[in-house]
Design a protein around this ligand. Structure first.
Ligand code: NCD
Length: 303
């Protein structure tokens, strides 16, 4: 039984298999409509979510399975003081697989250590978000047709943005990736993540200046400043609008740039960019559902 807590829990070969299954689901959805008949997914979300929870649930329904959903920590026994370990043991009695989001870094790992069914990390604090990375990888695969030799700009809250940490940890497996890490000083990528880039012998630059690097980028991954992780509101207010992508700022960008964002967007991308053919963020949303379908099939060992 395998859980996915970190994107590193999946080998490069497994990532590529999941992408191939997702592509096949897109082409032949009817083939998959009953693959999970009789199976149950539990979604345990102790933090807000729109896309991740609903796409997990849509994924399970499209596989013919059922969903048990807990969308609000206050309505669960966690509010009475139940531990993550006990919750995981309990939910294992009802469901075949669990997707968990939690504000505390490491909570889904604790759940996986105590559950008797696979656990998927659907976002843990400012740490990791491996299934968003699956959505991102399918998007890059479909837009670019490769993972090698890409200049990837990551922009915004690179400190607390868990999707950024997981995406970096997926892309460092490939050759010729160059990261441009664009953030205010206070929101730089944590050193433990930068060390992973260095250890793989890849290049990165850190900058505050999006416009300077715009012409070099193959991918621009915008992120929201993570208000809920700040210790004080003043810092958030000062930093929240550090980057706002507009059609004017894209004037020097490549014709085939892919503009990505895990969403939700607050102000980081002007709605005027949505009509640009390079905007991929709503495709990412849909790709997330297909990749979660493929991941559920893999973890439930459905052929
Ligand atoms: C992200 C998250 O929850 O980390 N959202 C998502 O799952 N698509 C990004 C964010 O909240 O900013």
């Amino acid at each position: 039984m395998k859980s996915v807590i970190d994107i590193k829990d999946l080998s490069t070969k497994e990532l590529e298999e999941i992408i191939a299954v997702a592509e096949d689901i897109i082409e032949n959805p009817e083939k998959y409509a009953h693959k999970c008949d009789g199976k149950k997914l539990a979604t345990l979300f102790f933090e807000p979510s729109t896309r991740t929870r609903l796409s997990f649930e849509a994924a399970m329904y499209e596989l013919g399975g059922h969903v048990l959903s807990m969308s609000d920590a206050m309505s669960s026994s966690a509010s009475k003081g139940e531990s993550v370990a006990d919750t995981a043991k309990t939910v294992s009695c009802y469901a075949d697989i669990i997707a968990m989001r939690h504000p505390k870094e490491g909570a889904p790992l604790v759940a996986a250590m105590n559950a008797s069914v696979p656990v998927i990390n659907a976002g843990d604090g400012g740490h990791n978000h491996p299934t968003q990375t699956l959505a991102d990888l399918l998007t890059i695969h479909r837009e670019k047709g490769r993972f090698d030799n890409l200049t990837v700009g990551l922009c915004g809250d690179l400190k607390f943005g868990r999707t950024v940490h997981s995406l970096i940890n997926a892309l460092i497996r490939y050759k010729g990736i160059k990261f441009v890490l664009i953030s205010p000083d206070e929101l730089k990528v944590p050193s433990y993540v930068k060390n992973e880039i260095k250890d793989c012998g890849l290049e990165y630059v850190q900058t505050k200046d999006l416009e300077e690097f715009m012409p070099q980028l193959d991918i621009l991954y915008m992120t929201r400043v993570q208000r809920e992780r700040f210790f004080n509101e003043e810092d958030y207010l000062r930093l929240k609008d550090s980057y706002i992508l507009t059609p004017e700022k894209l004037a020097t960008a490549k014709e085939d740039l892919s503009i990505m964002h895990p969403l939700p967007r607050v102000n980081e991308i002007s709605v005027a960019v949505d009509d640009d053919k390079r905007a991929c963020y709503f495709k990412q949303v849909l790709n997330g559902k297909y990749m979660r379908m493929a991941l559920i099939l893999k973890l439930l060992e459905v052929k």
